[in-house]
Ligand binder design. Structure first.
Ligand SMILES: NC(=O)c1ccc[n+]([C@@H]2O[C@H](COP(=O)([O-])OP(=O)(O)OC[C@H]3O[C@@H](n4cnc5c(N)ncnc54)[C@H](O)[C@@H]3O)[C@@H](O)[C@H]2O)c1
Length: 296
């Protein structure tokens, strides 16, 4: 138990699973009171019982602006104000690339991942202003930084979340409201299974499999866990980050930093093969270079 959020009230979307759940747990452990918004009513009710008096669950489909507004208002009414907003709820959205794209899929993905973030800010604004300031954290993704990590619509929405966080930070600084984004890498949650249409239980099982088998995907040597992201969100939301606004925190175990390829001959094998350089040819070149150096 800590006190880094003592006396603070937080609104968290997607709080019944994965990153949102880990963040709700950590926020409460650090002294906050939490309005947990999600569409999983059974899990939400269980969460409310588990943290009685410190957490309230609200059914809130973030594709429905009126439901976001009602949940945000309820947070402020229940706990006497609002200090922190974590716009986090999400799912995979429209699958695939342009061959699979539909207008409906595109719009639904943008509403789920982007408009929801704007609405979370818009409806929280009067409450944060009334408090004299606050902190907003939005969940982006490494798919915002480069292609290849997620479908086209999802990646585009997450990139927009990054830029939205910046322009909002510039706009809301005059109200002492900080806005930042967290950029998760590959985190073992139910999102992958639910993206394939699996039920919640099977999706959680898939998250456990990812933890067991996904370590080699990032230099850190292990799969990211929801708690890794929760710690970053806690930092951005807390007064310790009081001078930080309009930026993002990348939490990906090094997944996007690249490989050791330029100096590790084993890791560079694909590049060597593209250049037609066999291990024997490389050895011969090294020997020739050594011979030239010895002649000097
Ligand atoms: N897991 C990863 O590797 C990863 C990487 C980058 C970004 N993210 C992002 O992190 C966020 C959280 O995802 P997660 O990995 O914890 O997945 P998760 O499936 O464990 O949690 C997502 C939560 O959002 C809720 N949700 C989905 N649609 C909703 C809606 N319309 N209204 C309200 N709630 C809704 C779900 O019920 C669930 O509780 C998402 O925005 C996701 O895109 C995840």
């Amino acid at each position: 138990m800590g006190s880094r959020l003592a006396g603070k009230v937080a609104f968290i979307t997607g709080a019944c699973s994965g990153i949102g759940l880990a963040t709700a747990e950590l926020f409460i452990a650090e002294g906050a009171q939490v309005l947990a918004a999600d569409i999983q009513d059974e899990s939400g009710a269980a969460l409310q019982r588990r943290f009685e008096g410190r957490l309230q669950y609200a059914h809130c489909d973030v594709t429905q602006p009126a439901q976001i507004q009602a949940a945000v208002d309820r947070a402020a009414a229940t706990f006497g104000g609002l200090d922190i907003v974590f716009n986090n709820a999400g799912a995979g959205g429209q699958r695939g690339g342009m061959d699979e794209m539909t207008l409906e899929g595109w719009d639904a993905t943008m509403n789920l991942l982007l408009r929801s973030v704007m609405c979370g800010t818009l409806y929280a604004l009067p409450h944060l202003k009334a408090r004299g300031g606050g902190a907003i954290v939005n969940t982006s993704s490494i798919s915002a930084l480069a292609a290849g990590y997620a479908p086209v619509a999802y990646s585009t929405a997450k990139a927009a979340v990054l830029h939205y966080s910046k322009v909002c930070a510039a706009d809301l600084a005059r109200y002492r409201i900080r806005v930042n984004a967290v950029v998760p890498g590959f985190i073992a949650t139910a999102i992958f299974g639910s993206g394939f249409g699996l039920d919640r239980q099977a999706s959680q099982q898939m998250a456990a499999t990812l933890t067991e088998r996904g370590g080699s995907l990032q230099p850190a040597g292990r799969t990211g866990q929801p708690q890794d992201i929760a710690e970053a969100v806690l930092y951005l939301a807390s007064d310790a980050a009081g001078f930080i606004t309009g930026t993002h925190l990348l939490v990906d175990g090094g997944m996007t930093v690249g490989t050791r390829a330029s100096w590790d001959p084993t890791a560079a094998r694909p590049v060597q093969e593209a250049l037609g350089l066999t291990p024997e040819a490389l050895q011969a070149m090294a020997q020739a270079a050594a011979a030239r150096a010895a002649l000097k």
